[in-house]
Ligand binder design. Structure first.
Ligand code: NAD
Ligand code: TYD
Length: 360
């Protein structure tokens, strides 16, 4: 039975990945989820799996060398899937240091502990041990808005935000481990994800939540920045396929082939909400374009991201499966069915964050 060490499994993508993996492999794998439970980590995301005998949760910080070394000592880990990170660009602009701490130093600890556990006396590595570093397309910088350029695996790194700079640094560390030690790893750089369990600081869940509450919908700048949206389950599938079928030491870009301006996304969300809300639901009356509010632009706001997922398609056979209009319906349906989750996520510290960020 393969044993996985998943970091950041209580967050958005990590929890979707864990659900995906248990749906796919059932009792054939064991998952150990290591998460510090920051504001972004939520064990409610995993209540469907917490009683499984082949699932273990360990609360630990990836920067804590002793704690991480212990996880490797006490378990024969076959796969590491490293999601844990500070992940929100706006927060990185306000507090960059924690991004360096978690994303760079935390990744160094993960690499070092995995290397110590897997390395043989002659410097080679035990067979069939693999580390997958989950990263972002934001490391490649920003594309011009009107040409047909895309990010490829060979595109030079050019990060702009403290978030993307810290992720770029963590990618470089993984590359350095592969080049220096032949450490068995892969890197995936993925475009923007959306779907169930996404924390409502990110664009799509924030807009769904605000629209339902009749609150303003804060669009940065002219609303024409472009992101390439991918349904989170498609990302989870890609990660598993890269780890099992990809070539070691390679980087794979993962993207949705679904570029849209923020304002277009917002119109689709509003349209879909109106279509899905029953006629007698009082929220239907206020879910409309009148809520849209253009606000000051994000500092250093990257204009356009777009991935060409050609390598993963031709080498591994992965393609995005979920069309945006289907994915957004599924996401909204999930939020309808999980009002309690949203209520909990937006109470407490979130209120303070929201006031400081949007009500200055
Ligand atoms: P998230 O913010 O929802 O979750 C991050 C998780 O990491 C949380 O559970 C949090 O508690 C945990 N964590 C944070 N600091 C930690 C620490 N020091 N020790 C242990 N756990 C810690 O993030 P997400 O959106 O699920 O992103 C997961 C990964 O995917 C990140 O590495 C991110 O860079 C990458 N990524 C995200 C997107 C996206 O659109 N969200 C796109 C591409 C890549
Ligand atoms: P976000 O979800 O923060 O992802 P990222 O910045 O990592 O791509 O933002 C997606 C896009 O939406 C980005 O162009 C910024 C924009 N945005 C807004 O216009 N208003 C908001 O309140 C937020 C959170 C984002």
């Amino acid at each position: 039975m393969r044993t996985y060490l998943v970091t950041g499994g209580a967050g958005f993508i990590g929890s979707n990945y864990i659900h995906y993996m248990f749906r796919k492999y059932c009792d054939e794998i064991r998952i150990i989820n290591v998460d510090a439970l920051t504001y972004a980590g939520n064990l409610e995301n995993l209540k469907d799996v917490e009683k499984r005998p082949n699932y273990t949760f360990i609360r630990a910080d990836i920067c804590d060398k002793e704690a991480i070394a212990r996880v490797f000592e006490e378990n024969d880990i076959d796969r590491v899937v490293h999601f844990a990170a500070e992940s929100h660009v706006d927060r990185s602009i306000r507090t960059p240091e924690i991004f360096v701490q978690t994303n760079v130093l935390g990744t160094a600890v993960m690499l070092n502990c995995a290397k110590a556990a897997w390395e043989l006396p002659d410097g080679s590595f035990r067979e069939n041990k693999k580390f997958l570093h989950v990263s972002t397309d934001e490391v490649y910088g920003s594309l011009p808005e009107d040409d047909n350029a895309f990010f490829y695996e060979t595109t030079p790194y050019d990060p702009h935000s403290p978030y993307s700079a810290s992720k770029a640094a963590s990618d470089m560390l993984v590359k350095a481990y592969m080049d220096t030690y032949r450490f068995p790893a892969n890197i995936t750089n993925c475009s923007n994800n959306y779907g169930p369990y996404q924390f409502p600081e990110k664009f799509i869940p924030l807009m769904i939540h605000n629209a339902l509450e009749g609150k303003k919908l804060p669009v940065y700048g002219d609303g024409k920045n472009v992101r390439d949206w991918l349904y989170v389950e498609d990302h989870a599938k890609a990660i598993d396929m890269v780890q099992e079928q990809g070539k070691l030491f390679e980087t794979y870009n993962i993207g949705g082939h679904n570029e849209k301006q923020n304002i277009e996304i917002l119109h689709i969300i509003l349209e879909t909400l109106r279509d899905m809300l029953p006629d007698d639901d009082p929220r239907k009356a206020h879910v409309n374009e009148g809520l849209i509010s253009y606000v000051e632009d994000r500092k250093g706001h990257d204009r356009r991201y777009a991935i060409a997922p050609d390598k993963i398609r031709t080498q591994i056979g992965w393609e995005p499966e979920t069309m945006f209009r289907d994915g957004i319906r599924k996401t909204i349906q999930w939020f309808f069915e999980n009002e309690e989750w949203m209520k909990n996520a937006t109470s407490g510290d979130y209120q303070k964050y929201y006031r400081e960020m949007y009500e200055k």
